[in-house]
Design a protein around this ligand. Structure first.
Ligand code: MLT
Length: 324
């Protein structure tokens, strides 16, 4: 009886203290778990945002790269963190949709996490090592089909954005690919530049500088319009692969049970960063596309994630991806 009374008194105290907690939030640095390698597209986006968010929040925003299993290990780290706003998870279509159809996660992507904010999205770009004897997308597809063994395609692991895009590319072209998993497309891109792997269906923000530098070859962006940052790269429609469209959206989540006031403060800091001219310019320079202004509330990300789960799980389950 006494124990139950003490527990009830403690919970009441927490509940009563929640607004005061949110008011003082944050009172020490915040960690953002990026579930892929440093130097890759997710890491780059989060570090740019974090620089501005720390101004609004008044505390450092530290990026922690916890990688592996297509990003599912990093997401699990966030799910099992205290719901106090000090551990935030960066994620995207791969980590917060696809992985649920591929891995036995041990957590629920919707029930165990709270959405905070929708972040910029990335058109994908089909890139190859310079050694590939192809200058156009039709040439690349012909070369990929002509090979006795499937060409190697770098990914950030099963379920990652680059893997899902690879599966969609296989489906759209009939090409067969041999996937080579890395802990992020940052290291995969290094191997593409070095000619160790043949192609990546990569996030534009990751490959754009290497394409500009001519160290790899870009064939098409999977968007309906050309990227202002890469105007010489055709769209898949223009390059002869009609209707092969894909943009990789991203977002921030916190553990289930995080107080709404704290989620609102984190959301406001992220929205401020996205509207901050220098921050926005840095993101757009990478070819990133800003989320629609009317989609910035936490619930908008929640609704979008559920809709994408409806859309992508049948496609991914149909691809029979094995991770064992
Ligand atoms: C990364 O940052 O490495 C990517 O987001 C990986 C991916 O999903 O392709």
């Amino acid at each position: 009886m006494r124990v139950r009374f003490v527990a009830a008194a403690f919970l009441a105290a927490c509940w009563l203290a929640a607004p005061a907690l949110a008011e003082k939030f944050p009172s020490h640095p915040i960690t953002v778990v990026v579930p892929f390698s440093a130097g890759g597209p997710s890491d780059a986006m989060m570090r740019i945002l974090g620089e501005r968010m720390k101004v609004t929040l008044g505390e450092a925003v530290l990026v922690e790269n916890t990688t592996g299993a297509g990003g599912s290990i990093g997401v699990g780290r966030v799910v099992h963190s205290p719901p106090d706003g000090y551990t935030i998870g960066f994620g995207h279509l791969g980590t917060h949709v696809a992985n649920g159809a591929i891995y036995k996660l041990g957590y629920d992507l919707v029930a165990d996490l709270e959405p905070v904010v929708l972040l910029p999205s990335n058109p994908m770009i089909i890139v190859s090592k310079n050694g590939v004897p192809a200058k156009t997308l039709p040439d690349l597809i012909a070369w990929l089909k002509s090979r006795p063994q499937p060409a190697t395609a770098g990914t950030a692991g099963a379920g990652s954005g680059s893997h899902i895009a690879g599966l969609a590319f296989e489906k759209a072209t009939g090409v067969k690919l041999q996937y080579v998993p890395y802990r992020g497309t940052g290291p995969a891109l290094n191997d593409l530049v070095a000619g160790q792997i043949d192609i990546i269906v990569d996030q534009l923000s990751n490959s754009i500088n290497q394409v500009r530098a001519g160290t790899i070859r870009g064939y098409a962006v999977t968007d309906t319009k050309r990227s202002e940052q890469a105007p010489d790269i055709p769209t898949t429609d223009e390059a002869g692969l009609a209707e092969f469209h894909m943009t990789l959206w991203s977002g921030l989540w916190v553990p289930k049970g995080t107080p709404k006031d704290i989620i609102a403060r984190l959301n406001a800091a992220a929205v401020d960063a996205l509207n901050d001219p220098p921050t926005r310019k840095a993101l757009e320079n990478l070819g990133l596309q800003m989320p629609p202004a009317d989609q910035m509330a936490p619930d908008a990300l929640g609704a979008w994630q559920k809709a994408e789960i409806e859309k992508w799980w049948p496609i991914i389950k149909d691809a029979h991806v094995s991770v064992d």
